[in-house]
Design a protein around this ligand. Sequence first.
Ligand code: ZN
Ligand code: FE
Length: 254
Amino acid sequence: MLEISIIKCLSDNYSYLIRDVETNLVGVVDPSEFEPVDSAIIRSYKKLDYILNTHHHNDHVGGNKKLKQKYNSKVVSSKVDELRIPEIDLKLSGGDFFKFGKTSFEIIFIPGHTKGHIAFFSQSEKVIFTGDTLFSLGCGRIFEGSYEQMFNSLNKIKKLPSSTKIYCGHEYTKKNYEFCKKFDFNNKFLRKKFDWISSQLNNNKPTIPSSLYEELKTNIFLRCDSLSVKEALGMNNASEEVIFKKLRDLKDHF
Ligand code: ZN
Ligand code: FE
């Protein structure tokens, strides 16, 4: 069993403290910065065996060096980014498994936001850490990869069990909702989700985790095959991938 706690970092980042209950191994996913992660560790497990990074951006690896120094942790990330992940120890590729005590994480290679971006997926726990690739109601900007790569990466995530809980890198849900609403205005699931998002944020609570089931019904970037979305864009005959590109461009300037 895996315990997961959410740590707010910087202005809108989330880092995740994880513990494999059977073996008491402790890890952190995407430590944006040292202080809040260190405080969470001091308050809870008092050790840190592993640091897991989804990609090399500073708001996901900013705490690596000091945390590793203090706790003698091992840094686990993408082989493609071995030169850009600070203090990397374990270099993994898509299809590899990372054994975290009794919890096994499959590495899913999901380039697009960056060239080396990976997700950590546990089949037994039905949990995925998606970094800046899939957000609740959105997807990451394409900085280094191509539209095609991002589209394919999202499709890989779409194929996972729909009960999979999604832990992403940022609290962008409300802004993402505004965009979804603009081009998916008849989606009743989206409206329902908005009430929940508002109540979470009003109570100073995260909108994370989401689930793949919910995202498939509400996240416009996973709904590029929906006729209502195509119609809203005036692109009824366009392919799913063309719709994705159009939405990604529109979102960049939203
Ligand atoms: Zn990023
Ligand atoms: Fe980020």
